[in-house]
Design a protein around this ligand. Structure first.
Ligand SMILES: [Cu+2]
Length: 380
């Protein structure tokens, strides 16, 4: 018996020892940057970008120029409830949760608790020695059947509306972001902007990287949430998010946007949203996708459209002209060719300002701070 226990302890020790290197192993796309890289210093990737960044915000490849606002776009220790929302659906869902669902749940729980206490004390043996033999009460039975039905119907109205809004196809003129899940990092393509690709790996802590490798600083974001490359998106412009995967099912989840969309191999999932506030937002893969599932964060930097256009050009991408190719290659069921949808898109363009047109197309680049070659067959 003692020997067996010893054997079990030994096996557990070996398992732990074997697991440790997995956590410390470099990712296939491990970022290589000079040690002690400053917050605005570009990494090797920016150095190879076709156009030198002209704005400090464009140095985000190497290290973040934008830092997270306290309490916005990331979890906070000790806080409960939903993160502050920066999309239309998010704000509605936040209100629905805080003002309708939670009060309703509390009221029902309190009511049931009070009824239970009343029954326990009022009808205990000492107070009620001869129990009633009543087995039916039509009025009460009708009430306790109808009341829950009515409550559910009332909740269903805003709930189904929200569900529908979450899957509304993006209007024409939206910026397309294609998020591709990989074990265990995200890669992103901008099909409307010349199709350039970026790869985002989690930034490790200082004591987890080899000398000379880039590590996370507080300016990058919280531990386990900071990524070496951020997804840059314009504020106030509709975003068409498309997710897919290279290997297993992942899920692109961004709490502040009210977005959680599975990334399934061989399949394109789609949703749309408009970010209302510039800022730095963090999310994570939310589908158990393997050993390093917890280490594939998402960092989105939302910037004004002009800054987005400058970033795209610095990446070697282009800003689309109306009727851009992706409108043709990505069919929008129920929306394509519809005059109403076209008008909606035009209205959105008018409201948010036109996307800039460039006449000279910069060569598309398969960049990556991580030196990751563009994956030609990504998400086919
Ligand atoms: Cu994943």
């Amino acid at each position: 018996m003692r020997r067996r226990l010893h054997g079990i302890a030994l096996a557990a020790g070996l398992a732990l020892a074997a697991a440790a290197p997995i956590a410390a192993a470099p990712t296939p796309q491990g970022a290589a940057a000079p040690a002690g890289v400053s917050n605005i210093a570009p990494t090797t990737a920016s150095a190879t970008a076709p156009a030198a960044p002209t704005s400090p915000l464009l140095a985000m490849d190497g290290a973040p120029a934008m830092t997270a606002e306290a309490g916005i776009g990331h979890p906070v220790a000790g806080r409960y409830g939903l993160q502050p929302q920066v999309t239309n659906n998010g704000r509605f869902a936040h209100w629905f949760h805080d003002s309708i669902l939670v009060p309703l749940i509390v009221a029902i729980c309190v009511l049931v608790l009070l009824l239970l206490l009343w029954v326990v004390f009022r009808f205990r043996r000492a107070a009620n020695p001869v129990p009633s033999k009543t087995s039916h009460n039509t009025a009460i039975e009708i009430i306790w059947t109808l009341a829950p039905v009515l409550i559910l119907v009332l909740i269903a109205v805003p709930s189904i509306g929200l569900l529908q809004a979450q899957f509304k196809p993006a209007p024409a003129g939206a910026v397309t972001l294609k998020a591709i899940g990989n074990q265990w990092y995200w890669s992103y393509q901008y099909p409307d902007n010349g199709g350039f690709e970026i790869t985002a790996n989690m930034l490790k802590e200082k004591d987890q990287v080899a000398k000379g490798e880039r590590f996370r600083t507080d300016a990058d974001g919280p531990r386990l949430l900071a990524a070496d490359n951020r997804v840059v998106l314009p504020v106030g412009v509709p975003i068409r998010l498309i997710t897919t995967s290279q290997d297993v099912i992942h899920s692109w989840a961004m709490p502040a946007f009210w977005i959680k969309l599975d990334a399934v191999p061989g399949r394109l999932n789609e949703t749309s949203f408009t970010i209302e506030k510039p800022g730095l937002y963090f999310g994570q893969c939310s589908e158990l996708c393997g050993a390093r599932h917890a280490f594939m964060p998402i960092a989105v930097e939302a910037v004004p459209p002009a800054q987005f256009a400058a970033w795209v050009r610095a990446k070697g991408g282009t800003m689309p002209t109306p009727g851009k190719p992706s409108d043709k290659v990505i069919p929008q069921p129920g929306a394509e060719g519809s005059a109403a949808k076209q008008a909606e898109g035009n209205a959105a363009d008018a409201a948010t300002g036109p996307v800039e047109n460039v006449t000279t197309a910069a060569p598309s680049s398969s960049q990556g701070a991580t030196g990751n070659p563009a994956t030609g067959n990504a998400g086919q």
